[in-house]
Design a binder for this molecule. Structure first.
Ligand SMILES: [Fe+2]
Length: 287
């Protein structure tokens, strides 16, 4: 981390206030170029080590999105052993540091220590010029979703991470929109914070939806979010509510903060995942 990181302690009151007020916090130049280059290399190493059909089958690695102008990878990690599927990042110091940073930000902002067993999804994406846009969405573990005709999808049930942490690795885009566009579901207001190499964007993934429009120039990013630690349960309608949990209404549906996210995930893996994976196979999406 650069010296500015010390001034921007993840749980600092300024970050917390900005997040509460705006739904996101923009932290410029948190990581230096040495860390960024190391993280790029280590992400490639993670793909080489773990992008295997058996890891996708056990839900430790998610299907990669590969188009000529955008490549994306996603894998589950934790600092210590987890009862849920993960892949190892042993010996990868930059990945370990980014994960610690995420867990500190999350714990600091939620006022509780993130256990070492708590997993986060690490994803990294490369956008080339004229990249295929990413339609607006919440990040999450999608337990039930339906594809829409416009290429997007509607989430019916899922686990939403409270926060998403995005780190820009490289970016040649300048001007108004350099990457992620956030939309506040409460006010409809959009924001597009700068995305310079080393910048971190932390956003409230329950309040804000996000998208990435077509980018004119190349950009690389890495992100982390926890599906386990205080993730909220999302139900589009009453039918997907979990018994005994309290829900509040939000524009897209209902959310509950008192559902055990790990238990929901374990049940999903036991009862539903095989069927979802079978459907992926039927579509030819082996890996
Ligand atoms: Fe996303």
């Amino acid at each position: 981390m650069s010296s500015s990181a010390a001034l921007l302690s993840p749980d600092s009151p300024r970050v917390s206030a900005q997040l509460k007020q705006e739904g996101y916090a923009y932290l410029p130049a948190v990581f230096d170029s040495t860390l960024l280059r190391a993280l790029e290399r280590e992400c490639d190493e993670m793909a080489a080590r773990h992008y295997r059909v058996e890891n996708i089958d056990r839900r430790a690695v998610y299907l990669s999105d590969q188009t000529p102008t955008r490549t994306s990878h996603a894998m589950m990690l934790s600092q210590g052993p987890s009862p849920l599927p993960t892949v190892s990042h042993e010996g990868l110091e930059a990945v370990a540091r980014f994960l610690r940073f995420h867990d500190e930000v999350l714990g600091g902002l939620l006022g509780a220590e993130v256990p070492a067993s708590s997993r986060s999804m690490l994803n990294w994406q490369t956008y080339l010029s004229g990249s295929k846009p990413v339609t607006e969405h919440f990040d999450g573990e999608y337990i039930d979703y339906r594809k829409d005709e416009d290429g997007g999808f509607t989430l019916h049930e899922g686990l939403l991470p409270r926060l998403v942490v995005i780190l820009t690795l490289s970016n040649e885009n300048q001007g108004e929109c350099q990457g992620t566009v956030l939309r506040d579901t409460l006010t409809g207001k959009e924001a597009s914070p700068p995305s310079r190499p080393g910048d971190v964007l932390v956003f409230d993934n329950v309040r804000m939806r996000h998208r990435v429009p077509t980018l004119e120039q190349p950009r690389r990013m890495a992100g982390l979010r926890s599906f386990d630690f205080q993730a909220v349960h999302f139900a589009r309608t009453e039918a997907s509510r979990r018994p005994g949990a309290n829900y509040r209404r939000m524009p897209e549906g209902l959310v509950s903060e008192d559902v055990d996210a790990v238990a929901v995930h374990q049940q999903f893996l036991r009862e539903r995942w095989a069927q979802v994976r079978e459907a992926q196979r039927a579509e030819g999406a082996l890996f």
